[in-house]
Design a protein around this ligand. Structure first.
Ligand code: FAD
Ligand code: NAG
Length: 410
């Protein structure tokens, strides 16, 4: 069995590592060049870390980011705690959560691919795919060369070309919110805030501000404002993305219309300009299927279900897709079974889980939406306080973090 993977972001390399462990031959094709870098940070919850452990990568990254369990939500009025929830727990889930540079995660995956002799071809933009009557798929790349395999997996991200082949009308939709953030040395925060508990999400009247250590020692702190915004074209977003002074200004404006604690002002002011990132939250509409009718073309990760970050599960779901698909393809290689049926089972199990995760993610987005008055803000804080108190410290999240991908295979 031979598999072609389109996209060498996060999901593609993970799938390749998992396929090789199961003795399935694969090659990754990535549009970008070898030295393209990824900015920003991700928080990896236990369900993502469990997958990284299964492909033998967890130990390499665990000490390159901030390991934490509790995540606190605070009021912008007085920094009083509204709620505390567990995003990870050594005892409960086997892993703490890990806040880490996206670049480190991807570079580590690429390093392991090289060590295990898995081919990744850079500067290989897939521009067309075609299913043949020999039960294969042929991919054509921008430089004109073609590749043929039994399966083609689109792990090509939110603006996926492979998804476009399957469902041309599924255009990602803007959620009305965007994130602006970056990082700074912790020592650049006011001395009174140096010992403040992090990670925390400070909830204001109009928007929210997150503070999260992002290195192993916690000497660097990432911060991230979630603000409401109008939609822009892809060109306009990328132009704004590279306009650091504009991003810097937008981050300062985030808290000009209401009272915010000093730590928010200091973090925004002292942020390293070179670390500034913009992240408009888009959502891929629910697809009827993640596969072609023959089951030879399959989508995973953001290509299938990009979601806003408010549930902290975007990358984690790409992890789960990758490992469960590898298990599923391996079950096909070993037996003479009806491949379409087995793949459909995989698809429906994954779709069901992602649907639940999406519902949880929207709840997180609503929580960060603006309140019109201080009274409304206080009311929201009390409602949240009561809600999380009722849920208890695991905040009803164990179905997300405890998930065992091994059980997803037939
Ligand atoms: C700033 C930022 C912060 C984020 N923070 C978080 C977070 O805290 N938590 C979280 O869970 N998620 C976070 N995410 C989302 C997370 O990065 C994605 O969910 C995750 O990377 C999805 O992996 P993927 O492999 O599906 O797609 P990607 O990582 O986007 O990879 C897709 C790859 O495909 C390549 N490609 C595209 N088209 C083609 C083509 N035609 N041919 C060949 N290759 C192609 C691209 O160059 C890219 O390398 C963040 C994203 C951003 C942008
Ligand atoms: C931590 O939990 C909160 C509350 O449920 C959630 O909004 C946030 O996205 C979680 N973060 C991670 C990284 O899991």
């Amino acid at each position: 069995m031979k598999v072609i993977i389109i996209g060498g972001g996060i999901g593609g390399p993970l799938l390749a590592l998992a396929l090789q462990q199961r003795n399935i031959d694969c090659t990754i094709f990535e549009a970008r060049s070898q030295d393209a870098l990824d900015g920003g940070f991700v928080a990896l919850a236990p369900n993502a870390l469990r997958v990284l452990e299964r492909v033998g990568v967890y130990d390499r990254i665990a000490k390159q980011g901030w390991n934490y369990e509790e995540f606190q939500m605070l009021s912008s009025r007085n920094l009083n705690q509204i709620a505390a929830v567990l995003n990870g727990s050594q005892k409960k889930y086997g892993y703490k959560a890990l806040r880490i540079s996206r670049g480190i995660v991807r570079q580590t995956l690429l390093e392991v691919l090289r060590e295990r002799d898995i081919q990744l071809r850079y500067n290989s933009k897939c521009i067309n795919i075609e299913e043949t009557d020999r039960s294969t798929v042929v991919a054509t790349f921008a430089d004109g060369h073609t590749e043929e395999a039994d399966f083609l997996v689109g792990a090509d991200g939110i603006h996926s070309r492979i998804r476009n082949y399957l469902e041309p009308n599924a255009i990602p939709k803007f959620s009305g919110q965007m994130g602006i953030g970056g990082s700074l040395e912790r020592s650049k925060l006011p001395s009174s805030s140096q010992s403040m508990y992090m990670p925390c999400l400070i909830l204001g009247k109009l928007n929210s501000f997150m503070l999260m250590p992002c290195t192993y020692t916690g000497d660097r702190v990432g911060c991230f404002a979630t603000v409401e915004s109008h939609d822009r074209s892809r060109e306009e977003w990328s132009k704004l993305q590279t306009d650091r002074p504009a991003l810097y200004k937008a981050l300062q404006c985030h808290h000009q219309d209401e009272h915010w604690p000093d730590v928010v002002h200091a973090a925004s002011k002292n942020i390293d300009e070179s670390s500034l990132m913009l992240w408009p939250f888009y959502k891929v509409p629910e697809l009827t299927s993640w596969m072609s009718r023959t089951g030879r073309v399959i989508l995973i990760g953001d290509a299938a279900h990009a979601m806003p970050p408010t549930g902290g599960q975007g990358a984690a779901q790409a992890h789960e897709d990758a490992i469960t698909l590898a298990d599923t393809l391996a079950s096909l290689a070993n037996k003479e079974v009806a491949h379409l049926e087995v793949l459909r089972k995989w698809e429906s199990t994954r779709q069901e889980r992602v649907k639940k995760i999406l519902a949880f993610t929207s709840k997180g987005g609503d929580m960060r939406k603006s309140s019109v008055s201080t009274f409304r803000q206080i009311l929201k804080e009390w409602t949240m306080w009561a809600y999380f108190l009722w849920l208890g410290p695991d905040a009803g999240l164990s179905w997300i973090y405890d998930h065992d991908t091994k059980r997803d295979v037939v």
